[in-house]
Design a protein around this ligand. Structure first.
Ligand code: RUB
Length: 311
């Protein structure tokens, strides 16, 4: 494996690259790097090399369907080219695959711009908006709303144990958006004066449930208690097709040292990275095709991903 590819995999594991979109983008970049540098002298060898790297990337963070869907697109595309014998040389297939990677990255940029637009429009004037963790989709929405001249403020939960809320807070104040950082436990106090919540998404299941940074479901429950609307900003590529077959989205369990580096020996520490928010807590998903209900996401996402159900 290429050194640069190994580095990307390690950076994803260590969260130096974080957030579903950034992870998916980096995984595509890694695949393209490996493909460009491949010394395979036959098409089967090239395909196996791609599959090997694809598997390592997909396992670098288990709860990331957006990465998996993108990787799968490339591997399926590779198989199609090779098996249909459209192109016969390794060089020609490599070129097509790198072009495919560029197309997917470009599409991601186009989709996020649409999400930003749809999301920004629903932020009411003078709103107080709560967010959790760091989602590049959510910060894009806030920046777009600012650009539209809207007056609003953001309450960002700090997001223990790795404090991604600080990344959000820094990014927003740099964009001159009024922001208050709070400890996760203070979310109920601030929900009382909130108008809406917008969080990101790592995975969306066939039932429309949202898997996002641990603590998201707490925010959603508290939002419901106060009758505050709760949105998730997500590209349709965050839908997890595995859940259509009854498989549960695997929740990544992270190192206990993230919580306490030298804990007492007999203490059990659990550190799930994500949690699930049931569909009925979600007012809507802000996607590239507009704001859609959690219940209709399955139909729309499967259409977009071109998923066929086989018997
Ligand atoms: C990040 C997180 C984000 C989603 C969406 O968790 O839960 O809300 O990934 O982000 P972590 P984006 O820091 O563990 O990766 O909108 O950028 O895809």
């Amino acid at each position: 494996m290429q050194k640069a590819v190994e580095k990307i995999i390690n950076d994803i594991k260590k969260l130096k690259i974080q957030g579903a979109r950034n992870v998916a983008k980096s995984a595509l970049t890694a695949l393209a790097l490996q493909i460009s540098a491949s010394r395979a002298d036959g098409l089967n060898e090239l395909y196996n090399e791609i599959l090997g790297v694809a598997e390592k990337l997909a396992n670098s963070r288990p709860t990331e369907p957006m990465m998996r869907n993108n990787i799968e697109d490339i591997t399926r595309f590779a198989l199609m080219q090779i098996k249909m014998k459209n192109v016969r040389t390794v060089g020609a297939v490599k070129k097509l695959l790198v072009e495919r990677e560029e197309t997917l990255l470009k599409k991601m940029d186009e989709d996020i711009a649409k999400i930003a637009e749809y999301g920004a429009k629903i932020i009411p004037e003078n709103a107080v908006v709560i967010t959790h963790c760091h989602s590049s989709s959510v910060t894009r929405i806030f920046k777009k709303a600012k650009e539209m001249g809207k007056n609003f403020e953001v309450i960002a939960c700090e997001t223990r144990p790795l404090y991604q809320g600080r990344i959000t807070a820094r990014e927003l104040i740099e964009a001159k958006i009024k922001t208050t950082l709070i400890v996760d436990g203070a979310v109920n106090v601030f929900m009382k004066k909130a108008d809406m919540c917008i969080v990101g998404a790592d995975a969306i299941t066939s039932r429309g449930d949202l898997i996002n940074k641990v603590g998201t479901s707490t925010v959603a429950h508290i939002a419901r208690m106060h009758d505050v609307s709760f949105y998730s900003a997500a590209e349709l590529f965050k839908y997890s097709p595995l859940t259509a077959y009854g498989q549960r989205e695997r929740i990544e369990q992270r190192a206990i040292a993230e919580i306490w580096d030298k804990p007492p020996k007999s203490l059990t520490i659990a550190n799930p990275a994500f949690d699930a928010t049931a569909a009925h807590y979600i007012t809507g998903y802000i996607t590239e095709v507009g704001i859609i209900s959690a219940q209709s996401l399955f139909a729309i996402a499967t259409q977009k991903l071109g998923i066929k159900i086989y018997e």
